[in-house]
Design a protein around this ligand. Structure first.
Ligand code: ZN
Length: 62
């Protein structure tokens, strides 16, 4: 199994959809990715209910 999976997210700042490749070895925590469009830091929290990878994205300042 490939430990890296693409996940589609929407930027909480500019709303742009984009795909991030995440390392499933890091599933336990949250980490920060910069938006490809507006370069703002997004906080990604990964979860996998029913074997489907999902990412919850929040702004760093919330
Ligand atoms: Zn953005």
């Amino acid at each position: 199994m490939n430990p890296e999976e693409p996940v589609t997210i929407s930027c909480p700042y500019c709303g742009e959809s984009q795909v991030k490749v995440v390392d499933l070895a890091d599933m336990t925590g949250e980490y920060i990715e910069d938006c490809e469009v507006c370069c703002q830091p997004m906080i990604l929290v990964l979860s996998m209910p029913a074997n489907k990878l999902t990412a919850t994205v929040t702004r760093e300042d919330e």
